[in-house]
Design a protein around this ligand. Structure first.
Ligand code: NAP
Length: 281
């Protein structure tokens, strides 16, 4: 029988997500489904926090007795600056997506996006150790992915339209190199990762020439809505394996859940909840 979360009470532990905007976030659906599945007396809510107020939100963690919170745009860098301590990943990225309240009242900032990305690849049996991997884009998501890929032993190339951003991202992985986005040829890579928003808004915009994709490659689009972007459709047509960003979304959340609760996350229940939430969009 499915466990039920107890009714909210004075004992309920509170976590959430800060962002601006934040009302669209899928994280409440993901985490509340997890609490429900394990019968935990916890609740996850969205906190609309205006730009510039991230430090006040971090200070509220011990003040309000929150177990922590997730962080989305535009606060990830400001929260990294405001936390008492950072994990090595968060320190390298100077970006935090998960704040954890420590028993001593200090706040720890972590970044679960990169490890969540690797978990998602593992679900699909995609290996990156010793493999050439092309990352398109050099924003926050790309940087987290590049750091994780470097740790996992991939040989990374970052392609972005701003050379300085590409170089800064490439500096996060040993031996990585940067190249202009227009010059990116995906044919020599085992794995191609789209970390630009191209494909999110519909239309047929592509970050690369799809004709250069081929069987034996995996193409991973960090976009998860729509589930099938023009890039993924092209990749499949060319015989490559196509993976969207839902797995990364799921696993970064699962890792936050474990950081707060100390429990393994009920990933299947979280996947079902996010799939239902996305189907309603
Ligand atoms: P970001 O920090 O704004 O970075 C976006 C990157 O894409 C930048 O390098 C940007 O280049 C580039 N870019 C934007 N528009 C472009 C265009 N028209 N042509 C070429 N390059 C373009 O955003 P982010 O947070 O990294 O997110 C990137 C994507 O990943 C989004 O689609 C987001 O939804 C997705 N994402 C998914 C997950 C997940 O869990 N699946 C997690 C995080 C993000 P400039 O710097 O030159 O603008």
């Amino acid at each position: 029988m499915t466990a039920r979360r107890p009714a909210l009470s004075g004992h309920t532990r509170v976590v959430g997500v800060i962002g601006d905007p934040v009302a669209h976030s899928l994280s409440p659906a993901l985490h509340n489904a997890a609490f429900e599945a394990l019968g935990l007396d916890w609740v996850y809510v969205a906190f609309p926090v205006r730009r510039g107020r991230a430090a006040a939100a971090v200070a509220a963690v011990p003040a309000l007795g929150l177990a922590g919170f997730n962080v989305t745009m535009p606060h990830k860098e400001d929260v990294a600056a405001a936390c008492d301590d950072l994990t090595p990943d968060a320190a390298a990225l100077r970006s935090v997506n998960t704040v954890v309240a420590r028993p001593d009242g200090r706040t720890l900032g972590d970044s679960t996006d990169g490890p969540g990305f690797l978990d998602a690849l593992a679900d699909e049996d995609i290996t990156v150790a010793g493999q050439p991997v092309l990352v398109l884009g050099a924003g926050g998501a790309a940087r987290a992915v590049v750091l994780a890929l470097g740790r996992a032993g991939a040989t990374v190339t970052v392609a972005a339209r701003r050379p300085e951003a590409a170089e800064s991202a490439a500096a996060l992985a040993p031996g990585a190199r940067a190249t202009p986005l227009v010059a990116a040829d995906p044919s020599g890579f085992s794995v191609v990762v789209n970390a630009t928003p191209l494909g999110m808004a519909g239309g047929d915009a592509l970050p690369l020439d799809p004709e250069a994709l081929h069987p034996g490659q995996a193409v991973v689009d960090l976009v998860y809505h729509p589930a099938d972007t023009p890039l993924l459709t092209s990749a499949r047509r060319q015989g490559a394996v196509a993976v969207n960003g839902l797995g990364m979304l799921l696993h970064q959340a699962a890792r936050s859940f474990t950081l707060w609760t100390g429990r393994p996350a009920p990933v299947d229940a979280m996947r079902a909840a996010v799939t239902t939430a996305l189907a309603g969009r």
